[in-house]
Design a binder for this molecule. Structure first.
Ligand code: CA
Length: 264
């Protein structure tokens, strides 16, 4: 169970089961978990609120960390799609957080936008040298930051701007929700569709059951990791036509990856 899930779960227990189910359905229907996930690292509550409001309005999901240490934890646990990182943070500075993100092979390519009150040219250079993809000086307008976020996403994560995903002989059209394998239409349930979409975004990468739960079902879903196995099995059955190589690799005690192993 990830840190974020641990934090989310007790909150749901306060609700009666029916409310919690409705909440789950509501979140699932809105497809919140398919939107790019932005981690906001900032210790000023008012700024966090402003960033969350504007990014969510621009169709991003957001997560928040209030210091550098928490930021590194959330990065490794939930694998956000982009980080908005304040320079001045308690304990570990934003610059240091950015350096550590770049040093770790798992997060080397994670896009980072550095926020700072400093505007000196030398600071700008230090910020970019730490590996940040962009640099925004406070005070900034919300629309400017949203525009910069979209620009960095376009540059570093082109996948979020395309309306189709393809891997080997699998094709997913995101506007019509049509999935084909080897040009034959594959019918998938909504959960299997989201699961395949998530795996198609990062082929070859192994995801644990907990990571799949967080990304495909959302942090709010109060379900067992074993449920993932059930949906993976359904997805496999739908995708693997007779004689076709298995599309999903099971990594013992680690999780699942989208990977064609016995390619002909
Ligand atoms: Ca700060």
């Amino acid at each position: 169970m990830t840190i974020a899930r641990k934090l989310m779960k007790p909150a749901l227990r306060w609700l009666n089961p029916k409310t919690s189910d409705r909440l789950k359905d509501f979140k699932m229907n809105k497809n919140t978990n398919l939107k790019p996930n932005i981690l906001i690292v900032e210790d000023e509550p008012a700024l966090v609120e402003m960033l969350q409001y504007n990014l969510e309005k621009a169709d991003f999901r957001t997560e928040v960390a209030r210091d550098g240490e928490e930021a590194l934890l959330v990065v490794s646990e939930t694998k956000p799609d982009l980080v908005i990182l304040d320079w001045m943070l308690p304990y570990i500075s934003g610059i240091e957080v950015c350096r550590r993100i770049r040093r770790d092979p798992e997060t080397r390519d994670l896009p980072v936008i550095l926020l700072t009150a400093r505007g000196e040219e030398s600071d700008r250079i230090r910020g970019l040298e730490s590996g940040a993809d962009d640099y925004v000086t406070k005070p900034f307008s919300p629309s400017e930051l949203v525009a910069r976020t979209k620009a960095v996403m376009r540059r570093t994560r082109p996948i979020f701007n395309s309306d189709a995903l393809t891997y080997a002989d699998v094709h997913m059209d995101l506007s019509s929700h049509r999935v084909t394998r080897n040009d034959k239409i594959v019918l998938l349930g909504p959960t299997e569709f989201r699961l395949l979409r998530f795996l198609l975004e990062k082929p070859g990468r192994v995801f644990s059951r907990e990571q799949l739960l967080d990304h495909v079902w959302g942090l709010e879903a109060d379900i067992e990791p074993r449920t993932v196995d059930v949906h993976i099995r359904r997805l496999r059955m739908a995708m693997n036509q007779p004689g076709a190589p298995d599309l999903i690799r099971t990594v013992r005690s680690a999780g699942y990856a989208l990977e064609l192993r016995n390619e002909v």
